[in-house]
Each structure stands twice: as structure tokens, then as C-alpha cells.
Write a protein that binds this ligand. Structure first.
Ligand code: PRP
Ligand code: MG
Length: 212
């Protein structure tokens, strides 16, 4: 019998609630994420614990059939991956922030400036849309430190509680997009696995309605 391969974030903000929603729809996983791969006991599903940034490519290649992933990551790396359903957790923004002491009026203030980010495609698109030229510095984590160490004039990163911005003396000045966790599918998913995915979607719908 065919099994749906579903990717979830191995570590990070989405992990707990991703596992919770699978549990809530009656999919129980016997072993933990240190196994990297786990089968559900009672449902034709295999869970793969993967790095967030790798998931879009695995979806594109059909290595996994589906994923629970942040919309922001799909927008940055996704291409033609279909979002099946919004999951109502892990909402965040992707925003531009500058040091609190800096006067900021509008996007033109970023002309010629250096921006540190882990979301280069998203940022470049936003700059192009606003006809602003800026220099991008790609960093994979702890982006908010960049202005303090003289590496950048501004940053673009995820804002959730706003605490990381606050702690680093930064203020949010533009919101590029709003995001939450979503269920996404591979363009290469088989017909059998699509049926399994539709069952999952149906169950998630009921769980989300119950939560409201
Ligand atoms: C994430 C993100 C922001 C922060 C936003 O970083 O990159 O820095 O969370 O959350 P907040 O608004 O609630 O503070 P994370 O802590 O995951 O570490 P990383 O950037 O080093 O990956
Ligand atoms: Mg961070």
C-alpha cells in the first residue's frame, strides 16, 4: 500500500505544533525526530524530519509528497509548490528593521544601503518593486546582530513576538509579507498519495474548526 511522505521541520518554531496537529488528526508517530524518519502506526504516512530550508527543494523534486512548512520559506524558495491549506499557527511577518536611532521615512532611505537577510529573493523582489538599489548580505541566522557589528544598515528577517528586534535595538519599518504554517504538496505527488493527502486535509479542516 502506498504511503504519503510528509516533511516537518526537524527543529525550530514549527516543530511542536506540527506534531500536535498530526496527533490531533489521529496520526500517531512512534519514534522521535532523532530517527529522521518515522512511520505512523495507524495511517499510511511516513514523517521526515528535515531542515526548514531544504524542504521546498524536496517538494519540487518529489522526494517528499507534502510538508508542513512556513509560507515565508515557500515564498522565498518555493517556485510552483501548491499550498493546500493554511494551518493557523506560527504566524509571523517578514520585515525590514533598522537601528532605533536611525530616522526612517520610506523605502528611498534604503537606496545604496547594505541589508543583511536570510531571505534574499523576497528582499530583492521588494526592492525591485520599490525601485530601490541596495546591497544584500546573506546570513543564515542571528541576522539581527548585523547592524550592531557594522555589517549592515538594515536587516530583513522574521518578526514574531518582536523580542529579537527589541533586544538588538532595532525597529520594524516595513512589512514585506505575513506568513503562517501551511500544508503544501509536491507537484509530483501520485494519485494514490493525493487521496491520502486529501483525507489529511479533511481531518485538519475539522480540527481547525473545532479550535476556533
Ligand atoms: C527567528 C528569526 C528571528 C526571530 C523572530 O530566529 O530569525 O530572529 O526568530 O522571533 P521574535 O520576533 O519572537 O523574536 P531564531 O531564534 O529561530 O534563530 P536564528 O535566526 O539564529 O535561526
Ligand atoms: Mg533569528
Amino acid at each position: 500500500m502506498s504511503k504519503l511522505k510528509i516533511a516537518v521541520q526537524k527543529s525550530g518554531r514549527l516543530y511542536d505544533e506540527s506534531m500536535q496537529i498530526l496527533k490531533d488528526i489521529g496520526i500517531s508517530i512512534d519514534n522521535g525526530r532523532d530517527q529522521l524518519k518515522a512511520s505512523a502506526k495507524n495511517f499510511p504516512v511516513e514523517v521526515f524530519y528535515l531542515r526548514n530550508g531544504d524542504i521546498p527543494q524536496y517538494l519540487k523534486d518529489g522526494v517528499v509528497d507534502a510538508a508542513i512548512i512556513g509560507e515565508n520559506v515557500l515564498i522565498e524558495k518555493g517556485g510552483d509548490i501548491q499550498i493546500i491549506q493554511k494551518l493557523g499557527f506560527s504566524s509571523c511577518k517578514v520585515s525590514i528593521a533598522v537601528p532605533k536611532s536611525v530616522k526612517y521615512n520610506n523605502m528611498q532611505d534604503l537606496e545604496g544601503k547594505r541589508i543583511a537577510t536570510s531571505y534574499p529573493n523576497t528582499v530583492q523582489q521588494f526592492l525591485d518593486k520599490n525601485n530601490v538599489n541596495a546591497q544584500l548580505h546573506i546570513i543564515n541566522g542571528s541576522v539581527e546582530i548585523a547592524p550592531n557589528i557594522g555589517l549592515a544598515d538594515a536587516i530583513v528577517d522574521i518578526v514574531s513576538s518582536g523580542s529579537t528586534l527589541f533586544k538588538n535595538g532595532l525597529k520594524e519599518v516595513e512589512v514585506l509579507l505575513k506568513s503562517e504554517a501551511v500544508l503544501a504538496s509536491s507537484p509530483l505527488i501520485s494519485k494514490d498519495n493525493l487521496e491520502i493527502l486529501n483525507t489529511i486535509k479533511f481531518r485538519i479542516d475539522s480540527v481547525l474548526k473545532g479550535r476556533r
